[in-house]
Design a protein around this ligand. Structure first.
Ligand code: HEM
Length: 461
């Protein structure tokens, strides 16, 4: 692992830099764009390890962008088919990810058709400096090299997302030193330390091998895939519905069950474990504490390779042979193959939930610039989004999707997806029905975030 060959974002969220701009560009003149990008000064992990950086620049490309830079990606073996298709490139993908009706790519502000970006620049700096950082970066671009499609601004570092919940708490612990030997009996239990190859191409992953990636000219080595989705949040709708369902006094506790954490980020009481992240759902198989369909339980069910954990040699053998347990026990896949490094930031002001419950909220657009990094778009992001968050079948549930993110569209055959099963404060099972849509996708794309050597290869032309 060579930190001088890795873009810093892979290892750092740069939470202390509270200014962020996501610059979406289209290449107009390949030669001029390559020359400009060669001198951009992309921040490496080695630089971030050496000192506290006041400014950060990262760069990533869509498949269309690599082509526009004269790198015909479909002739280079090893790029993931999902990347080549693009986030908005296939109606069946859009359906699986829940990007239909109001969230359909045809309605997006950016990401589809002529509004598909080629290049993403991520600029980070302190709030007072971010506009200067943006202006200086763009001023260095020769006229006619690229056109600016959009500059998206984040409202600050990861802190509270626009519904008011503390965000950015749980991340996989990346195994930079390669200490994990995946696949042993210990993996019957959940673990948070995840093989480097799940997040960086060219390294061993959770199957113990280096997955397919573009090797020609070192283009893929130390690169990763970056998913960017702009998710607009209906803050008034969310808190209004929580208050109508649970009463003004019970709205926060009810919303905490939808998210699966306390509003200040604490695990729901009685889950056990240490600190804010040292818990699993093993002690809560029926979702009496944290509903099975809660956002954090769908996004990371904290499951091991064996749904019932480790039960000694004989018990493990019996379970491996599939002789005990019901289909329900296999309803959730092992989490270690489906982890994401989240690097997004919110936009719009953070609301006061009590004011929102009382119906006092601003009309400004608010949401999340959701960004995550993963080595396999299909097995990580698309699986989490499509099979866990957006699916009406999860963990033995049916007729529900993620209570925050679901599009609530009935699925084929007419099954509704707008319910949410939870236990109230007195421990009684409840079913809320008719959840409205609180989150709408308004843009997005799949990018390749290369290593520094890979970037040089891309920009060689
Ligand atoms: C508007 C959209 C979203 C909001 C408001 C939101 C909010 C939150 C909150 C409040 C948490 C708990 C704090 C934490 O552990 O960091 C969380 C956790 C998480 N979210 Fe989201 N999220 C959104 C979209 C997504 C999407 C699209 C994905 C994945 C495709 C996702 C994946 C995760 C994951 C993996 C966790 C950590 C779960 C764990 O390990 O416990 N989220 N989110």
């Amino acid at each position: 692992m060579n930190p001088a060959d890795i873009q810093a974002l892979v290892a750092r969220g740069f939470g202390s830099l509270d200014g962020a701009r996501y610059v979406l560009l289209r290449v107009e003149d390949a030669g001029a764009a390559r020359e400009w990008l060669r001198g951009l000064g992309v921040t490496t992990l080695a630089e971030a390890q050496a000192r506290r950086l006041p400014r950060v620049r990262q760069v990533a490309f869509t498949a269309a962008g690599l082509c526009a830079l004269d790198l015909p990606v479909d002739t280079i073996p090893g790029f993931a088919p999902e990347f080549l298709d693009g986030l908005a490139g296939d109606p069946s993908r859009s359906r699986r990810l829940g990007d239909i009706e109001d969230s359909a790519p045809a309605l997006w502000r950016w990401g589809a058709g002529d509004a598909e970006p080629h290049v993403l620049l991520i600029l980070l700096a302190e709030g007072g400096d971010i506009e200067a950082h943006l202006a200086e970066t763009l001023a260095a671009m020769p006229a006619g090299a690229c056109s600016v499609l959009l500059v998206n601004a984040a409202s600050g570092p990861v802190g509270r997302e626009p519904f008011g919940f503390v965000d950015g708490i749980s991340q996989p612990e990346v195994d930079w030193e390669g200490t994990v030997e995946p696949g042993g009996a210990k993996d019957r239990l959940y673990r948070d330390r995840i093989a480097l190859g799940e997040f960086l191409l060219g390294h061993d992953n959770e199957y113990g091998f280096v997955p397919d990636h573009p090797v020609e000219g070192g283009i893929g080595h130390n690169g990763t895939y970056l998913v960017y989705r702009q998710l607009e949040q209906d803050v008034a709708g969310f808190w209004g519905w929580a208050a109508r369902t649970a009463g003004a006094g019970g709205a926060v506790a009810f919303a905490e069950r939808m998210v699966g954490r306390g509003i200040d980020g604490d695990p729901l009481p009685a889950l056990g474990g240490e600190g804010v992240n040292g818990f699993t759902f093993a002690s809560d198989p029926d979702g009496a504490i944290c509903p099975i369909g809660a956002h954090i339980r769908r996004a990371n069910p904290r499951s091991g390779d064996d749904p019932r954990g480790r039960r000694g040699f004989l018990g493990d053998v019996v379970s491996s042979l599939g002789l005990k347990g019901s289909a329900m026990h296999d309803a959730v896949a092992s989490a270690r193959f489906h982890r994401l490094l989240r690097r997004g930031r919110p936009y719009g002001s953070a609301p006061d939930p009590q004011a929102a419950i009382a119906g006092i909220t601003s009309e400004e657009p608010r949401g999340l610039h959701f960004i995550c990094l993963n080595a396999s778009l299909a097995r990580q992001f698309e699986f989490v989004q499509g099979s866990w968050l957006a699916s009406p079948y999860f963990g033995g549930l049916s007729g529900e999707q993620d209570p925050m993110l679901g599009n609530r569209c009935p699925v084929s055959g007419g099954m509704q997806t707008d319910a949410f099963a939870y236990h109230d404060a007195a421990g009684n099972p409840r079913l809320a029905a008719g959840l409205p849509r609180f989150v709408t996708v308004v843009g997005g794309a799949y990018f390749f975030l290369p290593g520094i050597g890979g970037l040089a290869r891309i920009l060689r032309g």
